[in-house]
Design a protein around this ligand. Structure first.
Ligand code: SF4
Length: 359
C-alpha cells in the first residue's frame, strides 16, 4: 500500500513541481545554500539573493575564502545574519577537514558548523540520494494530517515521533525526490487551508477520511507580535559618512554593524532598554531634531515602527565598540538589513536631504 502512495506522490511531483533553480542539478553546495536561505524565507523572496550569492560565491572554496563582511552583505534582506556567518564557517570547516567536499554520512555532516539535522538530511538525500527523510514545517503539516497526528507538533517529543513517521514514509528508492515531493505538497497543496481534491495522498490521508484536515496540525496559539518603535540616530561626520557600530550584546543587530538606536514600547522587558541608556546619554543633545518616520517593518516576533534623526558632528565620538563609517550609498552594504534599505529609500524619497549643502 505504502509503495502505491509513494509512487502516486512521485508521479504528482514530476508533473507539478515548480521550476526552481536549485533543483536543476544535484550540486550539494547549491542545495546547502538554498536550504539555509529557505529556512526563514519564502522561495519567492529568496530567489534574487540566491542568484546574487551564487554569482559572487559560486563554489564552496570561494565561500571559504570570502571576507565575512562580504558574505553578510550578500545576505541582505534575508535576515537572521548568523546564518550567513555560519555558512562561511561551515565552508571553512569543509575546506579544512574534508578537502572542500561534503561528507556522505549524517554523523560527520552534523559536525559542520551551521548544518543541523534538517539541512544535513536535505543535502544527503537530494545531492546523494541517501535514505534520510527531512522534517521541516511543511513536512510536519503533511504528515500530521496523513497519519492523523494529534499531538502539539511543536513539542520536542512530537518532533521525534514525526521524524519516525517521516522515516517510515520515505521512499528509499528515490529519497531525494520523495523528500522534495513531500515538501512541495506542503507548499502547494497541503497548505494551512488544504486543497485535498488536488492531493495525490488523499486516498490514504487519515485526516481527510475523518474530515479533520482543518483541525490539524495541532499547535499552541502563535504569540502576538510585540509592538516597538526603533529610533535610529544617523550621525554624519565631516566626510558625509554615517556612524555604524557593532555590539553583540544589544537587543537587535547583534551580528552586524548598525547606527545607534533606542527602543520605545509598552510593557517591554529590561532587555529592550539596556542599551537605551547609553544612547540617550550620548544623543540627548538631539532631542530637538526632527524625527522622520518610515513605514512599518515586521519581523517574526516584532512589529516595528522605524524612525530616524539626522545629525552632523565634527568630532569623533569616543566609543567602546568596534565602529565604522559608511556613505549613504553603501549603507545597505555596511548595515545589511532591510531596515537600512527602508531608511535610505525614505531619505531619497523625501528629497530633503542635501548633505552637500549643509555640511
Ligand atoms: S488529503 Fe488533504 S489533508 Fe491530506 S495530505 Fe492531502 S491536502 Fe493534506
Amino acid at each position: 500500500m505504502i509503495n502505491q502512495v509513494q509512487a502516486n506522490l512521485l508521479k504528482w511531483y514530476d508533473l507539478n513541481k515548480r521550476d526552481l533553480p536549485f533543483r536543476k542539478d544535484k550540486d550539494p553546495y547549491k542545495i546547502w545554500i538554498s536550504e539555509v536561505m529557505l529556512q526563514q524565507t519564502r522561495v519567492i523572496a529568496m530567489l534574487g539573493s540566491y542568484f546574487e550569492f551564487l554569482k559572487e560565491l559560486p563554489s564552496l572554496n570561494s565561500l571559504a575564502n570570502a571576507e565575512e563582511s562580504r558574505v553578510v552583505s550578500l545576505w541582505k534582506g534575508l535576515g537572521y545574519y548568523s546564518r550567513a556567518k555560519n555558512l562561511r564557517k561551515g565552508a571553512i570547516y569543509l575546506a579544512t577537514y574534508h578537502n572542500s567536499d561534503f561528507p556522505r554520512n549524517l554523523e560527520d555532516l552534523l559536525k559542520v558548523p551551521g548544518i543541523g539535522p534538517y539541512t544535513a538530511r536535505a543535502i544527503l538525500s537530494i545531492a546523494y540520494d541517501l535514505p534520510f527523510a527531512v522534517l521541516d514545517g511543511n513536512v510536519k503539516r503533511v504528515l500530521s494530517r496523513l497519519y492523523y497526528f494529534e499531538e502539539n507538533i511543536n513539542l520536542p517529543k512530537s518532533h521525534k515521533l514525526l521524524q519516525n513517521l517521516a522515516d517510515s514514509f520515505l521512499n528509499k528508492n528515490a529519497p531525494g525526490d520523495h523528500n522534495q515531493a513531500v515538501m512541495e505538497i506542503g507548499a502547494l497543496v497541503c497548505t494551512p487551508t488544504p486543497n485535498c481534491l488536488a492531493c495525490p495522498l488523499s486516498k490514504s490521508c487519515k485526516a481527510k477520511s475523518l474530515g479533520g484536515q482543518d483541525k490539524l496540525p495541532f499547535t499552541t496559539k502563535e504569540k502576538k507580535k510585540i509592538k516597538i518603535e526603533m529610533k535610529f540616530f544617523l550621525l554624519f561626520n565631516a566626510n558625509k559618512e554615517i556612524f555604524l557600530y557593532s555590539d553583540s550584546k544589544r537587543k537587535f543587530f547583534k551580528t552586524i554593524p548598525a547606527p545607534p538606536f533606542i527602543i520605545i514600547g509598552e510593557n517591554l522587558d529590561e532587555s529592550y532598554y539596556e542599551k537605551n541608556k547609553i544612547h540617550i546619554n550620548l544623543f540627548k543633545s538631539f532631542t530637538n531634531s526632527p524625527i522622520y518616520l518610515v513605514k512599518k517593518h515586521s519581523i517574526t516576533t516584532h512589529e516595528i515602527t522605524i524612525s530616524y534623526i539626522i545629525e552632523y558632528y565634527n568630532e569623533l565620538i569616543p566609543f567602546e565598540h568596534p565602529y565604522l563609517f559608511s556613505s549613504l550609498e553603501n549603507l545597505e552594504k555596511n548595515f545589511p538589513s532591510s531596515i537600512a534599505k527602508k531608511i535610505s529609500n525614505d531619505i531619497h524619497k523625501k528629497k530633503f536631504f542635501n548633505l552637500k549643502a549643509e555640511l
